[in-house]
Design a protein around this ligand. Structure first.
Ligand code: FAD
Length: 435
């Protein structure tokens, strides 16, 4: 697969030459330089905790530098489902974590040093189906409980923002914004190093083991195997890890999703995208799209548990999707197409905390952010940093989301079957709603 549009339009550069030497000792080793690992490094470094972050590739090569670029409140799991299982206090605490992550991201993105992240206000969810009155009622309930200001948009109000006959009504999420995630990641890495954090790129964890009170990490650095020691290890490896992370690998599935970016478009585009917001639709694995570079559409679509698809197929599906929603634009050429991997646990919530409590009291997980990591990953990094720095136990809220086996070899097939089933429901809902 070729370069992503983010790689092509990169304005911020970051390259670390730091390589740990054989036998070097660290307080904390963070494995994975996505947003989860990097935001944790940032917080630990600010607090003066000497930490090393390693990534098997360059910073931002994983999901965090190739995603839709939407930062909005909430989690991969929906609040209404959380309310069914947990007390209102628990759900409120979870919302607080999600909102503190969002606020942290907004603060960073609006700083001068992060100007390449191109912060743009406004995220709107567009509904193809559903009962408007009941959506508005739930929205009002959430606004009251979480003290938010999400706004219900009647069809006519929505049309003043985005024009498509497919959408029935919408919701504008308060505080939501969109941005260039790869430029953001590079800016954040730069800031970490300026503050004294250590980052080693092209440095792959092969395995780890306990030795007395420490952990020994075996690393592959420039085709050489080196060992370092660390008091604590944090696995922030997202959907890209393998067996090297031990039994944590059994509790999530890598799920792919796809993005295409169109050719530059003429001014017809602005008859449709009246506001430069980020848009998504309410289907279970719906589309997420926005204007990038002033006149291209970035269009996210679909998920797959069974493996990658070719870039020509992604382009074909993206062009077809856009034509379905915005036929006025005709069949567009898609200049860029790529995929990315997300880590999903069965309960759609992340793993934050000890991987094997009682057995390995220095090995932590900070992973499983699914398709909603741009606020939740830093939000959870804040919770974990509070534990690592101050001994806070607030991360234990995530113990409520028990680890559940990913189904082994059959897991991806079960996930794919569930996706197809949900897509069918989306289809029926749209048909019945429209009569
Ligand atoms: C195409 C796409 C679109 C998305 N759109 C959005 C969106 O608009 N909004 C949103 O909120 N979320 C979105 N998501 C989800 C979001 O991107 C993720 O939840 C988030 O980036 C996860 O961050 P992470 O740090 O956990 O993982 P990643 O960013 O994937 O980082 C994990 C890192 O770990 C490294 N690693 C793995 N194994 C090892 C090892 N053995 N040794 C060293 N390093 C290792 C990898 O190289 C990788 O860099 C999207 C995801 C994708 C793929």
């Amino acid at each position: 697969m070729g370069l992503t549009w983010y790689q092509e339009s990169l304005k911020e550069t970051f390259k670390s030459d730091f390589k740990p030497y054989n036998g070097q000792a660290f307080d904390i080793a963070i494995v994975g330089g996505g947003l989860a690992g990097l935001s944790l490094l940032n917080l630990l470094t600010e607090a003066g905790v000497e930490s090393l972050l390693i990534d098997s590739d360059e910073i931002g090569t994983g999901a965090s530098g190739r995603n839709g670029g939407f930062c909005s409140p909430g989690w991969s799991q929906e609040y209404e489902n959380l309310f069914k299982e947990y007390s209102p206090e628990v759900v409120k605490d979870l919302d607080h974590i999600s909102s503190q992550g969002l606020a942290w991201m907004k603060k960073k993105c609006t700083e001068k040093a992060f100007s390449a992240a191109e912060y743009r206000k406004g995220i709107v969810s567009c509904f193809l189906s559903g009962n408007a009155a009941s959506v508005e009622k739930t929205l009002n309930k959430h606004n009251k409980i979480f003290e938010t200001n999400h706004k219900f948009l009647e069809r006519n109000e929505l049309k003043k923002i985005i024009v498509s006959n497919r959408y029935l009504f919408g919701v504008k999420l308060s505080e939501g914004f969109h941005f260039h995630p790869l430029n953001f990641m590079k800016s954040l890495a730069k800031e970490c190093v300026e503050k004294g954090g250590q980052i080693s790129e092209d440095c792959n964890l092969i395995s780890y083991k306990k030795h007395q009170t420490k952990y020994i990490l075996k690393l592959n650095i420039e085709d050489e195997v080196r060992s370092i020691s660390s008091e604590k290890i944090i696995f922030a490896t997202g959907g890209y890890a393998g067996r090297e992370i031990g039994n944590l690998r059994r509790y999530w599935l890598p799920i792919l999703t796809f993005i295409g970016v169109t050719e530059p478009l003429d001014k017809k585009l602005f008859d449709i995208f009246i506001q430069n917001y980020g848009f998504s639709d309410n289907r279970r694995a719906g589309n997420y799209f926005r204007i990038v570079e002033g006149n291209r559409i970035s269009w996210g679509r679909g998920i797959s548990a069974l493996g990658d698809i070719s870039s020509s197929k992604i382009k074909k599906y993206v062009a077809k999707d856009i034509n379905f929603f915005f036929p006025e634009l005709g069949i567009l050429n898609i200049d860029y197409a790529w995929s990315g991997r997300m880590a999903y646990a069965r309960h759609l919530m992340p793993y934050v905390g000890l991987v094997n409590p009682g057995k390995e009291n220095g090995v932590y997980a900070l992973t499983g952010f699914g398709g909603h990591g741009m606020n939740t990953a830093p939000g959870c990094a804040m919770v974990l940093a509070d534990h690592l720095i101050n001994g806070s136990k607030s991360y234990k809220i995530f113990d409520l989301f028990h680890r559940s086996w990913n189904g082994g070899l059959l897991g991806p097939y079960a996930a794919e079957a569930q996706y197809i089933y949900l897509k069918m429901w989306d289809y029926f809902e749209q048909v019945f709603n429209r009569g």
